[in-house]
Design a protein around this ligand. Structure first.
Ligand SMILES: Nc1ncnc2c1ncn2[C@@H]1O[C@H](COP(=O)(O)OP(=O)(O)OP(=O)(O)O)[C@@H](O)[C@H]1O
Ligand SMILES: [Mg+2]
Length: 421
């Protein structure tokens, strides 16, 4: 789309799928660095390779990155393609180019992405809890993301904690891709390309953890190298489970179902499985050809319409199963029971979140926290504390003290201001 004239009277070019005219009101003739604090959603401190700023436009928080035009276009397109492939990544919003400053000198383009709501940069995660365990949870999420990217043939080229955003996922984290500047999409990645990406990930993560140690954000005793090694191990284990060929004798046919079930437990659906028998028909080989992440979240969505992360979905589905057993409805239609659970269990819990506290946690994460809290209270009181009492107690004793995380905006090195949406 071509727009008219901006205030510096130079033609400004906006590429966007749905351009918001309010974008035109932003001061494009100023370098991002000089944008007045009054229009920023928060003022980031510290340095990152490019200037990144967050602004609020028509009720949305947008992330703006000042970058060379060709790179901005490329990153915008790449994010669109990855989004279509179902990869968890930030959503591209627009590219602004043709900028000039007030004296007519050219300025770099700006890539705009939507701020990923409820996302946490890794430094924010560590500033809240800094245990070795936290580092492991983050790299677990990163390993899953990397495997998913590699399955799609995406070579990242700059895997790091700072190029990833994390969302809470039932006590664990889900990782989202944020910076794809160096990435490229291939028909299929070679083992060498994957190894190179993984090695870079390991090196970057070790460096980032050491950096946090010198900034006293995490325990100086933490063994950064072993955390880096754990990423490699986790990645390789998952890659093997998802792609390796497995052979067995024909009498062990149950292993086909077992393999599929195992992949489901890992959160993947098998869309295509290759089954081959040898010439004399005594042995069988199976190899997953196409796997799709999101086994539990898809099932939860189908049954209840709830949009949740994979671990959250697993947790909610477990609760649904328990409800089914407790109400003696095993023989009932699954959809029917799910509807009842939604109305009598899930919705009353999430509706109890006071409006003023809705920016603290996403509903499925809140539900997960309440289930944890119920377990904790019941242990303490040596009785089964009902859900309704648990919810109120959780709100009063825990939720109140949690920061708002819906629009926590910051760049990598900034001091983590917390902003209410
Ligand atoms: N859409 C978004 N939602 C939330 N945070 C974002 C978004 N886009 C960027 N960020 C934050 O800004 C930081 C910098 O963005 P990005 O990595 O794209 O820029 P960069 O110049 O390559 O930075 P660096 O070189 O330090 O990695 C990210 O680490 C992330 O924390
Ligand atoms: Mg980056």
């Amino acid at each position: 789309m071509q727009t008219g004239q901006n205030r510096a009277m130079a033609p400004l070019e906006i590429t966007a799928s749905r351009a918001d005219p309010a974008l035109l009101d932003l001061p494009w003739d100023l370098p991002l660095e000089e944008w007045p604090e009054s229009i920023l959603a928060a003022l980031p401190r510290g340095i990152s390779r490019h200037v990144v700023r967050f602004v609020r436009v028509s009720g949305r928080v947008l992330a703006l990155k000042e970058i060379d035009q060709a790179l901005a276009r490329r990153e915008y397109e790449m994010l669109r393609v990855l989004g279509r492939l179902g990869i968890p990544c930030v959503e591209p919003f627009a590219v602004i180019s043709g900028r000039t400053d007030r004296s007519g000198d050219p300025l770099d383009s700006v890539l705009i992405t939507r701020h990923l709501s409820f996302s946490l940069p890794y430094r924010a995660v560590f500033s809240q809890v800094s245990r070795e365990d936290t580092a492991h949870r983050l790299l677990d999420a990163l390993a899953v993301l990397l495997v998913r990217l590699h399955l799609e043939g995406f070579y990242w080229g700059d895997v790091s904690l700072s190029n990833t955003l994390f969302r809470r996922d039932a006590g664990a984290f889900a990782a989202y891709l944020v910076d794809v500047e160096t990435g490229s999409l291939h028909e299929q990645l070679s083992a060498g390309q994957r190894a190179y990406d993984l090695d870079l990930a390991r090196t970057n993560i070790i460096g980032e953890l050491m950096d946090l140690q010198s900034g006293e954000l995490i325990d100086p005793e933490l063994d950064a190298v072993s955390v880096g090694d754990a990423l490699v191990e986790r990645y390789e284990g998952l890659w093997a489970a998802l792609t390796e060929k497995e052979s067995f004798s024909v009498d062990e046919r149950w292993r086909v179902a077992a393999r599929i079930e195992h992949l489901n437990e890992l959160g993947f659906d098998v869309a295509e499985l290759e089954i081959t028998t040898d010439l004399d028909g005594t042995s069988v080989s199976i190899m997953p050809k196409v796997v799709d992440a999101g086994h539990h979240s898809r099932r939860l969505m189908r049954l209840t319409g709830i949009d949740a992360q994979e671990n959250q979905a697993r947790r909610l589905l477990n609760d649904l199963d328990q409800f089914r057993a407790a109400t003696d409805q095993q023989a009932e239609d699954e959809e029917f029971v799910a509807h009842e659970w939604l109305q009598t269990v899930y919705e009353p819990v999430v509706r109890a979140i006071p409006r003023s506290m809705r920016a603290k946690l996403e509903p499925p994460e809140f539900f997960h926290e309440v289930l944890e809290h119920k377990w904790f209270l019941s242990e303490r009181e040596q009785r089964d504390v009902p859900l309704s009492a648990t919810v109120q107690d959780y709100i009063d004793t825990q939720l109140k003290h949690r920061p708002d995380e819906r629009s926590l905006v910051t760049t990598e090195t900034s001091a983590l201001p917390i902003v209410e949406s």
